[in-house]
Design a protein around this ligand. Structure first.
Ligand code: ATP
Length: 321
């Protein structure tokens, strides 16, 4: 941080980036009496980042804008800029627990598809927690921030943590999996979103129609963690699982075609990411991932090569203006 100029309000901007995620595995339990579902999931943070620039303002309150540097088609998505925005909620929670909170403007650079099943809003919330913590010198520990993150949403703690982790409960009870080897993926994004609650409701409906009683998930398949630890894409391709996938396909049948096109163009496996509609295609290595992304782009699909694990939310700059 550079020195403040005396005699006038000096705004400070803390810029934080936070990754989107892919669920390498997602087991979903039955509908609970509280309306939620217990899950067991392996989360992988991937190299597609949201960025939040939090700038202190002389006037109190929280404002939100979306940066023109965003790589999404902002006309096609519906992002609330009021108290319903997850970044706004994160700043409000931080203001409550910080002694020296000021007004704050949050400028979000969106790169993770909206309602795409990659936790984009959650990444914005995680980035905002960290940015406001620094901006207001709150000095919260990572554990305290993780606690606040869990209040904001089940996927927020993971975007703060990053890497590879097993998530239980609502997905917020995280254990880092210490898998550092890289795997390479191609994300195929859709020009529409799927509502996460609607995908869960569809799964419940499908299960009820089949008379299937889902079991409470207790843990994840250890083979997934072994494959991730070794960066063994071939072994990983055999154990990818997403219980929500068939519900996402029920709501968006073209996802089946996307998975098929991916596999016929060199992906060794494919999976709908979380509640979808983003599809994550697994490639042998970075060269294969780039080639696959190019092939799918020629096909008219929106495809992007990424890798993971990558670190969780981190400060990229801290400047006085
Ligand atoms: P998850 O995988 O965690 O279920 P997602 O990636 O599918 O989430 P998001 O992009 O996080 O979905 O957003 C879902 C909805 O939340 C959007 O349709 C939007 O109305 C609302 N929303 C609130 N805050 C944000 C934000 N900062 N960015 C994008 N959408 C937001």
């Amino acid at each position: 941080m550079t020195a403040a100029r005396p005699g006038r309000f000096t705004a400070r901007t803390v810029r934080v980036k936070a990754p989107g995620k892919v669920n390498v595995s997602l087991d979903v339990g039955p509908l609970r009496p509280d309306g939620y579902h217990s899950v067991a999931s392996v989360y992988l943070a991937v190299s597609l980042y949201e960025e939040v620039a939090a700038t202190s303002t002389e006037t109190p309150g929280i404002t939100v804008s979306i940066s023109p540097d965003s790589t999404l088609d902002l006309d096609a998505v519906d992002i609330p800029l009021d108290g319903n925005n997850l970044a706004y909620k994160a700043a409000a929670i931080m203001a409550d627990v910080s002694e020296h909170a000021t007004g704050v403007h949050l400028e979000i650079t969106k790169r993770v598809p909206v309602a795409g099943g990659m936790g984009g809003g959650s990444a914005d919330a995680a980035a905002t927690l960290l940015a406001c913590d620094a901006l207001w010198n709150s000095g919260l520990s990572r554990e305290e921030l993780a606690h606040l993150a869990a209040e904001l949403g089940a996927d927020v703690p993971f975007s703060l943590l990053g890497g590879t982790a097993v998530g239980l409960g609502l997905g917020d009870k995280l254990s880092p999996a210490l898998a550092k080897a890289q795997t390479h993926w191609v994300l195929v994004t859709a020009d529409y979103g799927l509502s996460t609650p609607e995908v869960y409701r569809t799964l419940d409906r499908l299960r009820e129609a089949e008379g299937v009683e889902a079991a409470e998930p207790t843990g994840v398949d250890p083979q997934i963690l072994t494959a991730l630890r070794g960066g063994d894409a071939e072994a990983l391709s055999r154990v990818l699982v997403n219980d929500l996938q068939r519900a996402s396909i029920e709501l968006a049948p073209s996802l089946r075609d996307t998975l098929g096109i991916g596999e016929s163009h060199g992906a060794i496996a494919g999976i709908v990411s979380g509640s979808g509609p983003t599809v994550a295609l697994l490639a042998d290595d970075s060269v294969a991932a780039e080639a696959l992304a190019e092939a799918l782009q020629r096909y008219g699909l929106s495809a992007l090569a990424v890798h993971g694990p990558v670190p969780g939310a981190r400060i990229v700059s801290d400047t006085l203006i």
